[in-house]
Design a protein around this ligand. Structure first.
Ligand SMILES: [Zn+2]
Ligand SMILES: [Zn+2]
Length: 283
């Protein structure tokens, strides 16, 4: 069976601008299952662009409650509903996701009630079977999912995910500062999808900000991983392929693929995918 990850949004952070990528969303196909990992803006379009019907989603994981990872979760499920979804989908994410789900339904209450009454749609709220993501291991059919609390202050409920079957293993770092434990967590994975930052690019990004202050710069530097360190983790973990996503900065013409590659290559000589929206990586 062929396993793959489609990177549907590789930009770090919520703002989009001309020439930027979309925020975080990934489509994992593993052991015949279709799994969404993070649901940032654009996730719904991204899934359809992969030729996957919204009604075919088996599970959704949300790594943490920064908007660039779940802003479009409600719209994704609502659109799947109008596309014919009529069975509950497990949605696994941090504490607080239930409140979002209740709030989303309230915000769309008029439309949801109308479509049930006027179009005979099924009950909407029960389509998301929400459960709380906690560190440890859980089994979903043949897929073992291991969850590691990562380092993304000030958020505490924030996680890296490892999906494993006898047929393949993929690890998503989530948003995290460099953490040595990631090496063990990603050990031997067929594919590591890791977030990445260029320090010089962060300075340039912050110099352009019009409505943030020094706190934004400190947040970024304290809660993300230098591209060179990503290469180091990949090598020490002995992964088979490395993909970068959640680029900070993204869409800045002063920071090209060559800059990212040069940083990662300081420590990693294996297969490297610089994420672009829509690319599919088989593993
Ligand atoms: Zn993020
Ligand atoms: Zn984040």
């Amino acid at each position: 069976m062929s396993n793959s990850v489609a990177l549907m949004g590789v930009k770090g952070g919520p703002a989009i601008r001309p020439h930027s990528h979309m925020p975080t969303a990934n489509l994992l196909r593993l052991d015949g299952k279709t799994i969404v990992v993070d649901a940032g803006l654009g996730v719904t379009r991204g899934i359809c662009d992969q030729g996957v019907a919204l009604t075919d989603i088996d599970m959704i994981f949300i790594t943490h409650l920064h908007s660039d990872h779940y802003l479009e979760l409600g719209p994704l499920l609502h659109t799947a509903w109008t596309a014919g979804l009529n069975r509950p989908i497990p949605v696994i994410g941090p504490v607080g996701l239930s409140a979002y789900w209740v709030g989303f339904q309230q915000s769309m209450g008029f439309d949801i009630a109308l479509r049930i009454q006027d179009e005979g749609r099924c009950h909407f709220g029960s389509l998301a079977k929400i459960s709380v993501l906690t560190p440890g291991q859980a089994q979903y059919g043949d897929i073992t999912v291991t969850t590691l609390r990562n380092t993304h202050p000030p958020i505490k409920e924030t996680f890296a995910l490892r999906f494993e079957t006898g047929d393949g293993t993929v690890v998503f770092s989530g948003d995290t500062a460099f953490m040595p434990q990631m090496t063990e967590f990603a050990q031997g994975a067929d594919l590591l999808v890791h977030e990445a930052m260029l320090r010089d690019g962060v300075e340039a990004l912050c110099a352009r900000m019009t409505n943030g202050d020094e706190r934004l710069r400190a947040h970024i530097l304290n809660s993300h991983t230098d591209a060179a360190d990503v290469g180091r983790i990949a090598t020490e973990a002995g992964v088979k392929q490395l993909a970068l996503n959640h680029f900070v900065p993204d869409g800045d013409p002063d920071f090209t693929d060559d800059h990212w590659t040069a940083e990662v290559r300081k420590h990693w000589s294996g297969p490297l995918h610089l994420g672009k929206d829509g690319i599919v990586i088989a593993f």
